[in-house]
Design a protein around this ligand. Sequence first.
Ligand code: 5RP
Length: 229
Amino acid sequence: MSAEREKKLAAEAAAQLPEHGMRVGLGTGSTVYYLLPALAHRELDLCCVSTSPATEHAARELGMRVESFSGTEALPELDMAIDGADQVAPSGWLVKGGGAAHTREKAVAAAADRFVVIVSSNKLVERLVPPVPLELMDFGLAATLARLGTVELRDVSRSPEGGVIADFTGDLDDPAELAARLSATVGVVEHGLFPPQIVSDVFVARGRDVEHIALADPRERLASELPVG
Ligand code: 5RP
């Protein structure tokens, strides 16, 4: 079973979660592109926000209602957000941002009551490894890069907010320590390490099966609950 097929299965399973009238955050990436038609097919009255212009365009093409998530008049909270990931560790830590959308993805995930991650089995890893995607301010960029040390600029467009996309390539032995350090570095807009506390569900497809791992109370969760793919 190919990873593409597994992405589709995981996405289609998660597409069954939203209910009529919900406010739903839509992630970014190839797994989310399988989510969108499955969600549109259900013809629910959803109010969606998008984590990227690409997802917004694709969702609108499918007839979905997508509202802005910018400014003081936007939705203050979401019922659910559904998104892919680049790596999922047994501890529940994620690396996201392979598609450079991690800043908006984190803002949407943090606003959601339930953050659902959809992945193929190859995304489950024994331990997270670099690179960790970064979004950096252009102003002071050289100084930020010097502070961070091991960073490679990515040859992609800037974020919708004008941020410079880069990857941290240094040690990733302790995700919590690195996340705290990156968050505390002036000039880092956001990084792609997502803590277990904001993840509520993981849908992982293995072959023809989709496993639903519910992480309702991360504080009580055992590190062994997430199996490695
Ligand atoms: C985009 C992301 C994606 O969710 C992540 O890169 C996974 O992508 P895909 O579903 O294409 O494998 O974080 O910024």
